[in-house]
Ligand binder design. Sequence first.
Ligand SMILES: *Cc1c(COP(=O)(O)O)cnc(C)c1O
Length: 427
Amino acid sequence: MELTRLDQIRAAEERLLLSTYDRNPILFVSGAGVHIADENGTKYLDLLSGIGVNALGYGNPVILEAIARQSRALIHTSNLYYHEGQAELALRLTERTGLDRAFFANTGTEAWEAALKLARAHAGILRDEGKQIGTRFLALEQSFHGRTFGSMSTTYKAKYREPFGPVVPGVEFVRFNDVADLRAKFSNEVCAILVEAIQGEGGVRPLTQEFMAEARALASSTGALLIADEIQCGMGRSGKWCAYQHYSVQPDITTLAKPLAGGIPIGAVVCTEEVARSFHPGMHGTTFGGGPLACAVACAVIDAIESQGLLANTTLVGDYFQEQLRGLAKRHACITDVRGKGLIIGAELDSAALAKLAVAEMLKRHILINCTSDTVLRFLPPYILERSHVDTAIAALDEIFTEHAALSGAHSATGAAAPSAGGHIHG
Ligand SMILES: *Cc1c(COP(=O)(O)O)cnc(C)c1O
């Protein structure tokens, strides 16, 4: 039997790549709008958008034109010279974050590394000025900040850190949304408090207003920094440019990446004037970061989000999505919570096995979602999502949970999630 193209690629990857991913057996070749298509032309409704990256969907002319225009002119210069893009993008980001200065990297984790380095350097300056401030970081339980050493060391899950120990020392984790624990662990040994306004990887968990306000107040009381990782929840996904803007709190530093250039790799750290004085030429840098191509595309994406009213759309369609999921939760007790803001949405299920099954069953119905934090179905669709797409997803989930309940014989509202042995169990 002849091997399919997918089989050939799988076999080659098996031989040639490091084993870091457990990929779904699908070969994607093209996309348009909210749909992505495999090599057979089968279209999938993409509610994950490449983990929150393809904010404008696939094949968006705004992005294609910006890539074409800028790549004809100039793709790379290095940071030894000027090009037109960095100031243009920095202006857009400072206006939208309420912060003053930007540095550009290539990925989320690099932006986060820059934020951690800024915090350490800033504390050093304060010490030189006679203030008592240490070098420790307070991160949150269930946090995710990336895979490089500093980022990994501030990431909560042991499986991401332990194989690589010793990790960067001086990081302590605070219980999520636990103000008393935050107060107990904070001292002038701390140089920064690290938060995601809405934890993404950690299960789409929003911080409470009280916790965010207390983190700000504690940091301000000693000169420590509040750093908001907006790599997943930022750049409009929550319905505002930054998810922290849903709180009456301004951080000292924020990091942006995933949707920033609509699929072209880029990361950014944006900070206050006070923090910016920590860096001088030579202290930090990157070969590729802030290149002309990525900057031009990011500017085009931001302008499109604005001109096409996509912040309003993420709120409108996101609210509708959550409303529909809550309706579903009334019919299926296996859905125990629905959370999020705009188009970062999580639906918590009562079992990890069921969450895994739901993702697989959605895939069979040609809808892409994923599961994070074991039991949470995560939706990170493109900002151009429409209500009809939500209806398609909800109908599919309804069918999946109904079938599962029938199979596991759980007609009552307990939503038992014991994996079926494959046969029909009669209730
Ligand atoms: C994805 C993510 C990162 C890491 O970004 P990469 O581009 O994968 O390095 C960091 N923080 C948060 C909140 C993220 O969601």
